[in-house]
Design a protein around this ligand. Structure first.
Ligand SMILES: Cc1cc2nc3c(=O)[nH]c(=O)nc-3n(C[C@H](O)[C@H](O)[C@H](O)COP(=O)(O)O)c2cc1C
Length: 638
């Protein structure tokens, strides 16, 4: 037993010694103690042992302290150990303090530890306060007052504000504030150009707002890194607005249009209704004496919708056309009073034919331009009014048709002589066979007058509907492409009057003279009557008004022939004035044509009836009971 004891004794002892040594060396980090002592950062042995016991790694604390002391900072071991125990990064704090010290930034241990414990990288913060950091904002889009969008990027140079590092707002806040500042600065600029030309205005403005207050940073500068012109937001908005306005306007217009259509339909219905009333109303007005031929004439102007109305103008400047009408103002009627006019008649005779009034219907070509029934309706209308109609050679109906349309009514045939005489002869023959009682030779159309108005309006006569023209063409007559009336003879002389008279054995009337000389010649060549006429101002513009010419013709003719007048007769007083100046009757052209256009045969008879009533009235007021009683004494020059 004592041998084993002897054998184990030294070994056990050795083990124990080694174990004790190991524990001592663990508890007392001798090398660390020596290193600290050697570097002037003395740490007591018991302090080191205490650290071990408090499970604080002495190496961390001692190394940090050595670094601090070496850098001239005396940081108590207790502070370091306490910081460690609080969960701080001891080495980081010490390094930060050393850096701050070198940069002359006051950084006591307490502040550094607090920053570290607040979770900020105190070392980075210190570095940033020494070397400022540049933060770039994202692209910020803003719209200037002129509507142009600008997209800008700013570089914000910041330095850490150590004092505010604890509790101060971070980098994101700076970016957000700078972005907002940029938007408001651009937005308050009158023009995007202002911003482009002076981008520093943005930075100055943003800087002046003290955007870094309450943050952990101090903004040193803001620079606009880049500015791009974006969209023209203003224009875009304007376009959007314009589109919206347009849509509203369209909707409103559509509404108005719908209303207008409805209104138009309503008006149309009213017009149709009113039109239906017109003949009745007019008849009533005529009966009551409320309407004269001029009213009718004007109404026609309003209502006629055929080109005829416009087209039947005069020649040249239409002076003669005007003068025809004006001439009635150059004479004055001399009424006689206290004459018994309790019974007045407008009836008279022309070349022995009885008519209800001294008003006849003048020959007019192409009457289908006024009404589809043309001359047929004109004949019926004249017959209804009890007067005579003179059918034109270039009518859209044949003499046979007229005779059938108004059997028994008085009618004459107006003659244009075709170069192919055979054509004229056939028309005359047919007329005379069907009851036409006189031939009216139109003498004032050796050639066609210059009628600008017709040309301007592109008036085209319905030549193909004129049997005489169709016949002339069928027989090879040429109309040298100018006008169908070029088919007519322009070489006629006075002898033709005699020829007509002798060949056809009916009275011949020469129509279209305005001089005493021609009137005499007409009589000498066998004319039974003359019509003082300038073709309604449609031939020689500047020719004397027919009423002005009437007295000399009447005087020249004497009792040898009857004298008629046409041109500008529109009223009963015009009729009696012509009678007073020596005419036996007058012819009316346009009024009858308008009546025809307006209401066919009824329109014609209405027009003629107006004239008859007015003539009757004028006769009575003139002191005459019949046309025969009207004398030269009833008129004087104005
Ligand atoms: C449209 C029209 C066509 C005419 N056609 C002829 C015709 O074919 N033959 C003729 O001798 N006179 C013709 N004339 C002239 C008329 O017979 C008459 O002399 C003239 O119209 C009278 O003038 P006023 O229209 O002022 O009443 C025509 C007149 C018009 C207005």
């Amino acid at each position: 037993m004592s041998g084993i004891e002897f054998a184990l004794g030294p070994l056990t002892l050795l083990v124990i010694v080694v174990a004790v040594l190991a524990v001592v060396l663990y508890l007392i980090p001798i090398p660390l103690w020596i290193a600290a002592w050697a570097s002037g950062a003395y740490v007591g042995l018991f302090t080191l042992i205490g650290m071990r016991l408090r499970r604080v790694p002495p190496t961390t604390v001692v190394t940090a302290r050595i670094s601090a002391v070496k850098a001239g900072l005396n940081i108590p071991v207790n502070d370091l150990e306490a910081h460690y125990l609080a969960g701080g990064n001891v080495m980081n704090v010490v390094t930060a303090m050393i850096s701050a010290d070198k940069a002359n930034i006051p950084m006591p241990f307490k502040r550094a530890a607090a920053i570290d414990l607040a979770g900020r990288d105190v070392l980075a913060a210190v570095k940033m306060s020494v070397i400022p950091k540049v933060i770039e904002t994202p692209r910020v889009a803003a719209v200037a007052k002129d509507g142009i969008q600008l997209i800008a990027v700013s570089r914000v140079t910041v330095r850490t504000n150590i004092d505010r590092l604890v509790g101060g707002a971070g980098e994101e806040t700076i970016i957000a504030r700078v972005g907002e500042g940029m938007v408001s600065t651009i937005g308050s600029s009158a023009s995007h150009k202002d911003v482009l030309e002076n981008p520093d205005h943005i930075s100055k403005h943003v800087l002046s707002k003290g955007l870094d207050s309450g943050t952990a940073y101090e903004i040193l500068s803001i620079d606009i890194a880049d500015v791009d012109v974006g969209e023209n937001i203003g224009a875009k908005l304007q376009i959007d607005q314009a589109n919206a306005d347009k849509q509203i306007a369209q909707a409103k217009a559509e509404e108005r249009r719908a209303m207008a259509v409805a209104l138009e339909q309503e008006m149309r219905a009213r017009v149709v209704e009113a039109e239906a009333e017109v003949p009745r109303a007019m008849a009533e007005a005529f009966r009551q004496g409320n309407m004269g031929i001029m009213d009718y004439y004007r109404m026609k102007n309003v209502q006629a919708d055929t080109t005829m109305r416009e087209a039947i103008g005069g020649a040249g400047d239409e002076r003669t056309l005007r003068w025809n009408r004006e001439a009635f103002s150059r004479f004055r009627l001399r009424p006689r009073v206290l004459v018994d006019v309790s019974s007045v008649s407008t009836e008279t005779t022309v070349l022995g034919t009885a008519v209800s009034m001294p008003v006849l219907v003048a020959p007019m070509a192409f009457q289908q331009i006024a009404h589809e029934e043309g001359e047929l309706a004109m004949a019926r209308g004249a017959a209804a009014a009890g007067t005579l109609m003179c059918l034109s050679t270039v009518a859209t109906a044949t003499p046979v048709d007229i005779a059938a349309a108004a059997p028994g009514s008085p009618r004459w045939l107006q003659i244009y002589v075709f170069r192919d005489r055979e054509v004229s002869d056939q028309v005359i023959e047919q007329a005379l066979e069907t009851g036409f009682s006189a031939l009216v030779l139109t003498a004032d159309l050796p050639v066609y007058g210059i009628r600008h108005r017709e040309a301007r309006l592109g008036f085209e006569a319905p030549e193909d509907d004129v049997p005489a023209i169709v016949a002339a063409r069928a027989r090879g007559g040429e109309d040298d492409g100018h006008h169908s009336l070029d088919l007519l003879e322009s070489g006629l002389e006075w002898g033709y009057v005699t020829e007509l008279r002798e060949r056809w054995n009916v009275p011949v009337v020469v129509k279209g003279l305005v001089t005493a000389e021609d009137a005499v010649l007409a009589c000498e060549h066998g004319a039974s009557a003359v019509v003082v006429s300038n073709h309604g101002g449609r031939q020689l513009d500047g020719a004397i008004a027919s009423l002005e010419a009437l007295p000399e013709v009447v005087e020249a003719v004497g009792e040898r022939a009857e004298v008629y007048l046409d041109g500008g007769v529109r009223r009963g007083s015009d009729v009696v004035m012509a009678l007073a100046l020596g005419a036996r009757a007058v012819l009316v052209g346009r009024p009858a044509m308008y009546g025809l256009a307006f209401g066919g045969d009824k329109g014609v008879s209405q027009v003629l009836e107006i004239l008859r009533e007015e003539t009757e009235n004028a006769l009575a007021l003139l002191g005459c009971r019949s046309p025969a009683e009207v004398t030269r004494a009833h008129v004087t020059r104005a």
